[in-house]
Design a protein around this ligand. Structure first.
Ligand code: AMP
Length: 219
């Protein structure tokens, strides 16, 4: 299964991608996680990306396209993948189409758009905490860890992403509206777009997602 997840920051794409990846036994390819890790390790990629990320802007297309190309052509992605946070511009979507053609891949199965009103995404982002070691995501109200401030899986101290601070969230939502939302029409035209109302609780959204990616099982 080759799937793309599209949605504004805070809609729960990452959480749903982590869950679907386990169920389908395919990797979650999160460009945000790859870039954050590069920034943390101070690699050349991280140095290129850092300022853009901290101000809530998109990292330049050519940088992100290069790293996705490397991932998708690796053995780990041979049986499929969930692209979480890529593409984020029409230029990235066109590059992805070219990549799939060049590699003889059968193409995408679904592009899932997660829909949540902005007031709710702002609330979700304000309470989001994540594990810098294993990337597991929590919410202080909707999905708290068992031990306050610590990751359930690896015990690491949870952090708030610097770009989840209110001043940066506004910039990220504006970037989504201007640069990423045109992807909805792009994939709708190609008959790949499926919409999931993601305002509900995590389990309910997972059930809606499953029904969309496996319509025959739930019919
Ligand atoms: P995310 O974790 O998906 O919210 O991404 C965090 C940040 O990483 C974004 O605000 C961007 O600065 C950068 N980023 C992640 N994915 C992309 C992408 N596909 N294109 C450009 N920048 C990206």
């Amino acid at each position: 299964m080759r799937v793309v997840f599209v949605g504004a920051p805070g809609v729960g794409k990452g959480t749903q991608a982590q869950r679907l990846a386990v169920e389908e036994k395919i990797p979650q390819v999160s460009t945000g996680d790859i870039l954050r890790d590069a920034v943390k390790r101070g690699t050349p990629l991280g140095l290129q990306a850092k300022d853009f990320m901290e101000s809530g802007k998109l990292v330049p297309d050519e940088v992100v396209i290069g790293l996705v190309r490397e991932k998708l052509t690796s053995a780990e992605c041979a049986q499929g993948y969930i692209l979480d946070g890529f593409p984020r511009t029409v230029a990235q979507a066109e590059a992805l189409d070219r990549m799939l053609k060049e590699t003889g891949s059968p193409g995408l199965d679904h592009v899932i758009s997660f829909d949540v009103p902005n007031v709710e995404t702002i609330r979700r982002l304000a309470g989001r905490r994540s594990c810098p070691r294993c990337q597991t995501v929590y919410h202080i109200v909707y999905g708290p860890p068992k031990r306050e401030g610590r990751c359930d899986k690896c015990g690491e101290a949870l952090v708030q992403r610097t770009d989840d601070k209110p001043e940066t969230v506004e910039a990220r939502l504006a970037v989504f509206d201007q640069q990423t939302s045109p992807l909805i029409a792009y994939y709708q035209k190609r008959g790949l777009l499926r919409r999931v109302d993601a305002t509900a609780a995590i389990d309910q959204v997972s059930a809606r997602l499953r029904a969309v990616v496996h319509p025959a099982r739930t019919a």
